[in-house]
Write a protein that binds this ligand. Structure first.
Ligand code: MF3
Ligand code: CO
Ligand code: CO
Length: 248
């Protein structure tokens, strides 16, 4: 059966693989002593080499090709000459734009040896994202996604950020619907076959509140506790989902 969303899925997968590949390059070089700007350079070059564009670069004035969010930075950290040190945790978030379509993904990276608490925060955040992805299929409610994440995260004593959410994505970087990472089972609109969106929970070790720094981008936890995030771009099918931002 040749349904008309197939082409959008195929194109998103091409963009998504490029974004994931950029993160694989980051994984090869990240270690204590490396600056976040060096991570940005690797992302920029990988995306460019694959004849794609970085969607964040110049998006609403954002100056770099990826976001690098370290320790208590929740999201939208700007790559700089800041040097990563042993024990840091850093999210790198990449969005590739290829042939008119976007692929958006992020992962956590551990710099040297990290604390047991940080390990737990990272694993819980990843599990929450994957649990939510795994319930996705035609006919579920958006609240089912939020509730799956919130339940898993709060059982560990961590909190779900409410100021930022996942989003529809396609030929536009950010579009409807908003994908909240908290909420009530059975609430919100139903998702349908052919939809493409991100799930990208931001999870804090302490309280959920955030604030944005004077640079207008960097979002941090208000209580300065550690924060973690993972992101995949996925498509909804009749019986399940496809993840477009896998490396292989
Ligand atoms: N990639 C981020 C997201 O997941 C958005 C970054 S916008 C930027 O939606 F301008 F900060 F790069
Ligand atoms: Co996103
Ligand atoms: Co992203």
């Amino acid at each position: 059966m040749n349904k008309n969303f197939r082409e959008s899925f195929e194109k998103t997968k091409v963009a998504g693989k490029i974004a994931a590949g950029a993160l694989d390059e980051v994984a090869k070089i990240i270690k204590p002593g490396v600056s976040t700007e060096e991570l940005d350079k690797v992302c920029y070059e990988y995306i460019n080499d694959n004849k794609a564009y970085s969607a964040p670069l110049f998006y609403r004035g954002f100056p770099k090709s990826c976001c690098t969010s370290t320790n208590h930075v929740v999201c939208h950290g700007i790559p700089s000459d800041k040097i990563l040190k042993n024990g840091d945790i850093v999210n790198v978030d990449v969005t590739a734009f290829k042939d008119g379509w976007h692929g958006d993904t992020s992962r956590m990276f551990k710099v040297g040896e990290i604390s047991i608490k940080a390990e737990k925060l990272i694993s819980t955040t990843y599990e929450a994202m994957m649990k939510a992805i795994n319930i996705v299929k035609d006919g579920i409610h958006l609240g089912d996604i939020g509730s799956t994440i919130q339940t898993h995260v709060e059982a560990q004593g961590f909190s779900v950020v409410q100021d930022f959410c996942g989003h529809g994505i396609g030929q536009t970087f950010h579009k409807e619907p908003n994908i909240l990472h908290y909420g009530e089972k059975g609430s919100g609109e139903k998702i349908t076959e052919g939809m493409i969106f991100t799930i990208e929970p931001m999870i804090n070790l302490g309280k959920y509140e955030t604030k944005t720094l004077n640079d207008g981008w960097t979002a941090v936890t208000k209580d300065k506790s550690l924060s973690a995030q993972f992101e995949h771009t996925i498509g909804v099918t009749k019986d399940g989902f496809e993840i477009f931002t896998l490396s292989n």
